[in-house]
Design a protein around this ligand. Sequence first.
Ligand SMILES: *[C@@H]1O[C@H](CO)[C@@H](O)[C@H](O)[C@H]1NC(C)=O
Length: 324
Amino acid sequence: MMCKKKLWIVLALCFALAIWKIYISVSPLSKSLDEWLLQDSLMKEEMCYHNKCIGLSSWDWFCDHFDASVNCLLTLENSDIPPEVLQWWLKLQRSKDGSQIQQMVQYLFDLLQSPTARAQDVVHCGTCAVVGNSGRLRGSKYGKKIDSHKFVMRMNTAQVTGFEEDVGARTTHHFMYPESAMNLHPNVHLVLVPFKPLDLKWLASAFSTGDIQQTYKRVKQFIKADKSKILIIHPGFLKYIQDKWTRHHGKYPSTGLITLIFAIHTCTQVSAFGFGADSNGNWHHYWEDNRFAGAFRKSGVHNGTFELQLIERLTIEGKLVFYK
Ligand SMILES: *[C@@H]1O[C@H](CO)[C@@H](O)[C@H](O)[C@H]1NC(C)=O
């Protein structure tokens, strides 16, 4: 008698579970519930707390530079840029008008279907290859090694076609600013590195009206890229790199260093390719033959020497693997 009762209870429970499962699978709520659960687990467990500095003070070189609490990405929630960050940011490329940035970010995120919800996309754990554009990559045969990473981050006008053997074929994240922008394949994250408020305006324009065609030089009027995968670096993250990493060597950090530090913050393991001069001491890009192309080094905007020393030191500290 008891046994039969228990059996009935178990059967009833199974039935209820089956009904619930069916309900969940057809309910329009199910997707968002799944997404919510996924996001929750990404935030709690899978987020990369690989680099942490709890309890380590300034005597540790890495922890004296690294700040885990800094926001890498601009979102609706953190678009109220602190005054000291704003003041520094406006000076980078002599911008005059820093008002209405929040409205601009709001407009941008309406247009781009709110990438805020996807901010976690980049923060799952995994190995990352950060591929700089140095001529050093020519003939390196690093292509297969680069492609074997979960994430492959490239920057500016990086070319892939025709150079696969040396630089790989995959890209998951492409860091750029308006003046270095290029069209991307579907599924690649466009990561905007904004050096001025106009860069945010340009992004909105390049995906809509196309009314911005000129910054300090002519820029792409429209851009082809996956609208749902756009990420924007927070100006505060740039200031953090300038304060804590380059320590005011150069006017502001290069896109290469920004990408590397981003990777240090978001990946379990970082490999750096294509940084530094080639074996002849030239700083041209791997797709160019012009050995004078590294003239930016003399402009004083970035201090390439200091940035390279940082990369060497990060290698010694075991925070990245530097492929020369
Ligand atoms: C770059 O940084 C180095 C220190 O590593 C310094 O000696 C050099 O003067 C700096 N160069 C410029 C152009 O500021």
